[in-house]
Write a protein that binds this ligand. Structure first.
Ligand SMILES: CC(C)(COP(=O)(O)OP(=O)(O)OC[C@H]1O[C@@H](n2cnc3c(N)ncnc32)[C@H](O)[C@@H]1OP(=O)(O)O)[C@@H](O)C(=O)NCCC(=O)NCCS
Length: 260
C-alpha cells in the first residue's frame, strides 16, 4: 500500500534530501537542503511524499517518492497571480512504473486547487522520453517555451554532461483538457502541424563518453526546431511513443480550450 500525503517533520524532509541525492547523484553544491524544503512548506509550497506502508518503522524510513514545489507569482496582464513551480519529482528506482509519480502529481494538483491555485509549472529535459510522456500524455501539461542551458552546469548523472536545456511544462489544473486526460481519456491533438522526435537510444548515448556527441546533435537540432515552432505560435499538445521506445512531440496551434 502506498500512502500519498504531505511530508511532516525534520526526518521526513531529510529523507527527501537523501532520495534527491540517490536519484540525481548530485554533488553537494547542487543538493537542495532540508531547510529549503522546510521553508517551501511554510510559504505555500508543497513537499508531498509517497510512503510504503509495508516498510517497518514507517515515516521517513518508508519514503519511496516525493514531489516538491515552490510558490511563485506571475506578473503581466491583470493582477499578479499565484502559481506553483514544481521543482522535483522523484520515485525510488524499485517503485517506478507503477503509477506513483502520477499519483504524486495528482495530489499536488488536488492540494493546489483546494487553495484556489490553478496553475503549476515545471521544467523538464526534452530528451527524457519517459518524463515527456508522463507530463504531456498522462497529465495533460502543454509546452510553449524552451530554455537553453537553463541551470548551467549540473552534476546530475541523468544530464550526461549535456547543456541543461529545458522545456517549460504548463499544467492548467482545472482546464477541460487536464480534467479529461486525468479522467482517463487520451489526449487527441486535432491538428498536428509538426512532430519532433527523440530516439530511444538517447539514454545510452547520453551515458556513454563515446556516443555523447550523438545525443548532443539531437539536442541542438531539436532545440532549433522547438524555438522556431514556439516563435510561430505552436505549442506541444501531444506526445506519443512507439513500440521501440522512441518519443514524438506533437505540436499544433494553442487554442484557449487548452487553458480553460
Ligand atoms: C519521472 C519519475 C518520477 C516517474 O515516476 P514513476 O512512478 O515511474 O511514474 P508513473 O509510473 O506514474 O508513470 C510513468 C509512465 O511512463 C511510462 N514509461 C516508462 N518508461 C518509459 C519510457 N522509456 N518511455 C516512455 N514512457 C515510459 C510508464 O509506462 C508510465 O505510463 P503509464 O502509466 O501509461 O503506464 C521517475 O521515473 C523518476 O524518479 N525518475 C528520475 C527523476 C526524474 O527524472 N524526475 C522528473 C524530473 S524532475
Amino acid at each position: 500500500m502506498i500512502e500519498i500525503r504531505p511530508c511532516a517533520g525534520f526526518d521526513e524532509l531529510e529523507a527527501c534530501v537523501r532520495l534527491q541525492v540517490e536519484t540525481w547523484g548530485y554533488e553537494d553544491s547542487d543538493v537542495i537542503p532540508r531547510k529549503v524544503f522546510l521553508v517551501a512548506q511554510s510559504i505555500g509550497g508543497q513537499v508531498i511524499g509517497a510512503f510504503d506502508s509495508e516498510i517497518a518503522g514507517g515515516g521517513a524510513k518508508s519514503l519511496v517518492g516525493f514531489v516538491f514545489s515552490l510558490p511563485g507569482v506571475k506578473v503581466g496582464l491583470g493582477l499578479p497571480r499565484a502559481y506553483l513551480h514544481s521543482h522535483m519529482l522523484a520515485v525510488k528506482d524499485a517503485y517506478r512504473n507503477r503509477g506513483i509519480g502520477r499519483e504524486l502529481k495528482l495530489e499536488q494538483r488536488r492540494e493546489a486547487l483546494s487553495r484556489g491555485v490553478c496553475h503549476i509549472e515545471w521544467t523538464f529535459d526534452p530528451l527524457e522520453i519517459k518524463n515527456a510522456f508522463l507530463n504531456i500524455h498522462r497529465l495533460g501539461a502543454i509546452v510553449r517555451s524552451y530554455r537553453p542551458d537553463f541551470y548551467g552546469v549540473s552534476s546530475s548523472r541523468l544530464q550526461g554532461s549535456l547543456p541543461t536545456d529545458r522545456l517549460v511544462a504548463e499544467w492548467w489544473l482545472d482546464s477541460r483538457r487536464v480534467r479529461s486526460i486525468i479522467a482517463g481519456q487520451s489526449s487527441v491533438v486535432n491538428q498536428v502541424n509538426q512532430r519532433i522526435k527523440v530516439p530511444a537510444s538517447i539514454y545510452s548515448w547520453k551515458s556513454s563518453n563515446a556516443e555523447r556527441e550523438r545525443a548532443l546533435a539531437v539536442q541542438s537540432e531539436n532545440r532549433t526546431k522547438f524555438q522556431e515552432a514556439f516563435a510561430r505560435g505552436q505549442a506541444v499538445l501531444g506526445y506519443t511513443r512507439d513500440g521501440e521506445g522512441n518519443g514524438v512531440f506533437e505540436l499544433g496551434p494553442l487554442s484557449q480550450l487548452e487553458l480553460n
